[in-house]
Write a protein of this length. Structure first.
Length: 267
C-alpha cells in the first residue's frame, strides 16, 4: 500500500503505513479502530468488556432499517425511527432517518447518526450550490457520486454510515445504495441497516417493476414491519416519502396510520 495511506477494514495481511500520519491517527492505528458492515479490521483489538473491533465506540447512536424502491411512477423511501447506543439501549424513539436533499431527491441514513447527519448537511448545501451555479437541479447520480467520493476519500474514518439516495430526474426514477467505503450500486430496490436482511425477504417476494407509488409504499411498510418485529435495533414507528415528477411527499403520521390500518398491520 502506498505511503501516507490510512485504511481500515482491510484483510489482516494488508500493511498499514504510519509514516506521515498525525499523532492522533498513529494512536488510533496502534490501538485498533472499529469497523462496520462486516469488514475485517486491519489491526486486531483486544476485547474490552465484551466489545469487539467491529463495534462502534460507546455513546454513538446507531441501528436502523431503511428501504427504497423504484416504481413505475417514482421512488419510495422508508425507515423506522429507533436509534440505539452500544449495548442495545434505546437512545431515541423519534430518530429522523429520512431527509429531503433537493426538490426531487431524498436520502436515508444508517450507522453513526452524527456522521450521517453531517453528510446530509453537506449534500443539501452542495445541491443548493449546484442549482445556483447551473440553474438546474442536481441529478440523483450526481448527488450519489458526490457522497461516494466523500466516503471513499475517508475510508471508514470518520464516517461509519450506510446510505441510500433516491429520486426522479430527466434520466428517470433512480435509487442508489452507498456503503461506508464509497461503493455505490444502482438498483430497483434496496435495504440498508441492521434489519436489512429481514426486510429483503419481503422485498424479494413482493417487488415488481410495475408497482405504483401507492403499491410501493405498501411493500415498503410491510418490509419495515418485518424488520421491526425481529431486529432489536429497529422499531418505534415509520418515516415514509414518495417522490414523483410532481412532488416530494413526506407522509404524515396520520397517513401512515391509515395505511397500517388498511394493511391490517399492528405492532
Amino acid at each position: 500500500m502506498p505511503g501516507n495511506r490510512f485504511a481500515l477494514g482491510l484483510p489482516p495481511r494488508a500493511q498499514v503505513t504510519l509514516r506521515g500520519l498525525s499523532p492522533l491517527l498513529k494512536y488510533l492505528v496502534s490501538v485498533g479502530s472499529p469497523a462496520m458492515f462486516g469488514s475485517t479490521p486491519a489491526i486486531s483489538q483486544p476485547p474490552m468488556s465484551g466489545r469487539t473491533a467491529y463495534d462502534l465506540p460507546p455513546g454513538v447512536m446507531k441501528g436502523t432499517t431503511t428501504v427504497g424502491l423504484v416504481c413505475k411512477d417514482g421512488v419510495v423511501l422508508g425507515t423506522e425511527r429507533r436509534a440505539t447506543y452500544y449495548g442495545g439501549f434505546i437512545a431515541s424513539k423519534t430518530a429522523q432517518k429520512l431527509f429531503r436533499i433537493d426538490e426531487r431527491i431524498g436520502a436515508t441514513i444508517a450507522g453513526g447518526v452524527g456522521d450521517a447527519q453531517t453528510l446530509i448537511r453537506t449534500l443539501r448545501a452542495e445541491a443548493a450550490l449546484y442549482r445556483l451555479r447551473r440553474t438546474a437541479p442536481m441529478t440523483v447520480e450526481a448527488a450519489t457520486t458526490l457522497l461516494s467520493n466523500i466516503l471513499n476519500g475517508n475510508r471508514y474514518f470518520p464516517y461509519y454510515v450506510g446510505m441510500m439516495v433516491g429520486g426522479v430526474d430527466p434520466s428517470g426514477n433512480r435509487l442508489f445504495s452507498i456503503d461506508a467505503d464509497g461503493g455505490a450500486i444502482s438498483d430497483k430496490y434496496a435495504s440498508v441497516g441492521s434489519g436489512s436482511t429481514i426486510a429483503y425477504g419481503v422485498l424479494e417476494e413482493s417487488y415488481e417493476p410495475t408497482l405504483t407509488l401507492n403499491e410501493g409504499a405498501d411493500v415498503t411498510v410491510r418490509a419495515l414491519t418485518a424488520a421491526m418485529k425481529r431486529d432489536a435495533n429497529s422499531g418505534n414507528g415509520y418515516l415514509l416519502a414518495t417522490i414523483s415528477e410532481k412532488e416530494f411527499h413526506e407522509h404524515s403520521e396520520d397517513e401512515v396510520k391509515k395505511r397500517l390500518s388498511r394493511l391490517k398491520i399492528s405492532l
